[in-house]
Design a protein around this ligand. Sequence first.
Ligand SMILES: Nc1nc2c(ncn2[C@@H]2O[C@H](COP(=O)(O)OP(=O)(O)O)[C@@H](O)[C@H]2O)c(=O)[nH]1
Ligand SMILES: [Mg+2]
Length: 424
Amino acid sequence: MEQLEQHPLTRAALFAADCGDRDLERSLAELRALAQSAEMEVVLEITQRRDAPDTGSYLGEGRLAEAQALCAENEIAVCVFDDELTGTQIKNLEDALGLPVVDRTLLILDIFAARATTNEGKLQTELAALQYRLPRLAGLREGLSRQGGGGTGGTGARRGAGESKLEYDRRHLRRRIELIRDKLAAIEQRRAQTRRSRQHNAVPVIALVGYTNVGKSSLLNALCGAQVKAQDQLFATLDPTARKAVLPSGQQVIFVDTVGFVSRLPHNLVEAFKSTLEEARFADIVLRVADASDPMREEQLRVTAEVLSEIGAADNETAVIYNKCDRIHLSVYDGLCVSAKTGEGLDRLLALLDEKLAARVAQVELLLPYDKLSLLGALRQGGSVQRESYEPDGVYITALADRRSLHLFAPYLLYPGAGNGPAE
Ligand SMILES: Nc1nc2c(ncn2[C@@H]2O[C@H](COP(=O)(O)OP(=O)(O)O)[C@@H](O)[C@H]2O)c(=O)[nH]1
Ligand SMILES: [Mg+2]
């Protein structure tokens, strides 16, 4: 299905001022992964040791001239900076480099915008984008149209008397921010009233959650790669990050990739990020993925669990997966070591999923009277009907039923006592 849309990747250069305030290698690796998520191909990385980023142009004059030449030589189309920039810095950099400049925050916003699926997610992302733009309006004058989405689009027609274009744009943005906040508050209130109870999905959904660069997308590819067929219509409408796979038992599942956690997530982006994880809340199993070779892995797993609990996914079935175990030998008490690169441990991962999913259903045989046919819907909702035969006394059914709805079918079980194994 991914053959349908093949975007050419945008050639990007990464820039970082090395001011000793962070682990540069780690930070660049993350930025590289973020850029890749935003459909960019990183062809160039430019760093500079400085005491502090230059307030005017981030990099110093000399390095900037060099960078301009390097970008031209490498046919760079966009410059990505590993920091949040001011409006002035962006303007100066775009002038000096002759290329669009994207800072770390804008890059993350771009990824969220592309991945926001729910109404709330879209609003949260737009709110964060507006909050980012407001203090940068002066510097971002041209950039505004480039970024699109909720743009001010002001023609000046409705500008108040004596109001400059900049003042008008600011007023417009503030009003839009107010409006979105009201909408979000209304959504929040509605949700508090009608907490949707979690249901099992007809085809179990397994979400991969974790920091950027731990290998979630690689795992998704390794787990589903050979199994996905372009002509598969059944899943064609799904999110492009969702892929189908078949477990060893024959059970079909859908794996969903999620937006990665990022370190140093700008404050204004926290809510937007959480709303991109909404899908994980409705997943049947959440895999918390970590990089086995990263000394920060336990800390990152802790943060991941914390955020999952904040979005209401604390009760989901979960497992910890240490990826990149080809790099390091790890002995873990809790969790599985795998490698998306070598394929090591993937069979154990699939078997584990089978085990977890098997525990939620029970094999049943039923005789449903014709006036109880409505129960078939409930049966299909959480499990699957394997065989049904319409006879004079009712419908004979063989099915896998969700253990949580077994009580509905109890009166119609052909072999009471079957399917009464350990619940959940
Ligand atoms: N050595 C090794 N590298 C891996 C493995 N899985 C992913 N990577 C690399 O880690 C980087 C990030 O992978 P990616 O799947 O984009 O991570 P994501 O941000 O979590 O989706 C890429 O350069 C991958 O090639 C693995 O099992 N072993
Ligand atoms: Mg990814």
